[in-house]
Design a binder for this molecule. Structure first.
Ligand SMILES: [Zn+2]
Length: 360
């Protein structure tokens, strides 16, 4: 059995794009034998930087990455709603009329906006791939994704009651969920079409929520302290993002489940769910592992209850030893590629450990 991954990729958040010297960033990634960097490409997030200098930084990273033989896949968003967007008002709407924080994927004006931004991104930058950010979901009732707020009340908040959906969706009827899944899948299909037309051969992937479906985990409840809460963040049935279907239809080349845990067993189970669902999971599923503080256990403790006493226990971070152990599991299960979240959590101690897992 080979211990070598074909690809190891690194998501990179706007803070590092803005603040880290591109030469140092790429030098550290080379040292870790990471061969793909995925920087967040949309400047509205955090609103900390005007677009022009942000885009200059991105150009600098792409240039330096290519010079040193790394590929660059844009982490493309444009569905999280930010004030600077001309479509800011076209957000998902909850029944109580509050805004959902994500644009309504069903609305043709939103679809037009997203595609135009994607077209611009494809022509402005020399990207080698597009990787969709994780907000390609309905219902932002996030849990167990430590990149986001934790400690919220876990519930499924039905959306969308926007003007467009009130006119066009089978609101609150049994077929409503499938209608929303279909709208979102249609958007992913249009993005795929645009990418393949504009840049033939370019890779297209998505960040994916886990679990996909809770049923798989029922026999393993004792290993999953979050089992009850997982009901609210199942990708297909709660968040209505059917990324397995996107793979099946050939819209995307691979999916990147965000499996941000310290527990080997939970990451193993999530990998097994993917292998059960997808015939070519070893190649088409790139498990996303959390670096350093990016673990559910560290951020919220080993329970669903808010204010758990093991919150911020340093032994629950993913330092070098934890990452080595998680990578060994991925190799043992036959996974060919892996992804990390994120550059901001990349410690110097990770570099030699990660480097053992891929030959340059
Ligand atoms: Zn809507």
């Amino acid at each position: 059995m080979s211990t070598q991954f074909k690809h190891m990729a690194m998501w990179t958040w706007p803070g590092a794009v803005r603040d880290e010297d591109p030469k140092r960033m790429i030098r550290r990634l080379k040292e870790a034998h990471v061969d793909i960097i995925m920087p967040y490409t949309c400047p509205q997030r955090g609103n900390a930087s005007p677009p022009k200098p942000y885009f200059e930084r991105l150009h600098g990273i792409i240039e330096e990455a290519h010079r040193r033989g790394l590929k660059v896949h844009a982490c493309f968003d444009e569905v999280n709603a930010y004030k600077d967007m001309p479509v800011y008002d076209l957000q998902q709407v909850r029944k109580d009329e509050s805004k959902g924080g994500i644009l309504c994927h069903a609305n043709p004006k939103v679809v037009g906006y997203v595609l135009e931004k994607l077209r611009w991104t494809l022509t402005e930058f020399e990207y080698d791939g597009i990787d969709l950010e994780d907000s390609y979901i309905f219902n932002r009732n996030t849990i167990y994704d430590p990149a986001h707020m934790t400690g919220e009340k876990y519930q499924v908040i039905p959306v969308c009651y926007c003007d467009y959906c009130r006119k066009n969706a089978p609101l609150e009827k049994p077929e409503w969920d499938q209608w929303k899944r279909d709208q979102l899948s249609a958007l992913i299909g249009k993005e795929a079409e645009l990418i393949r037309k504009t840049k033939p051969g370019m890779s297209f992937s998505v960040a994916a929520r886990m679990p996909y479906n809770l049923t798989f985990y029922a026999p393993h409840q004792k290993d999953i302290p979050y089992f009850d809460g997982w009901k609210c963040c199942q990708s297909r049935d709660a968040l209505l993002a059917d990324w397995v279907e996107w793979l099946r239809r050939g819209h995307i080349d691979f999916a990147c489940p965000m499996s941000y845990y310290h527990s080997n067993r939970i990451v193993e189970l999530q990998t097994l769910e993917c292998q059960r669902l997808i015939p070519e999971a070893r190649r088409k599923v790139w498990m996303g592992l959390g670096l350093n503080e990016v673990t559910a256990e560290y951020r919220q403790g080993k329970t669903d209850e808010p204010g758990a006493k093991d919150v911020k226990d340093p032994s629950l971070k993913n330092g070098a030893a934890a990452i080595e152990s998680l990578l060994r599991d991925q190799v043992r299960m036959g996974q060919e590629n892996v992804l990390f979240f994120c550059y901001e959590g990349l410690l110097d101690e990770h570099l030699p450990v990660m480097a053992q897992f891929r030959t340059t």
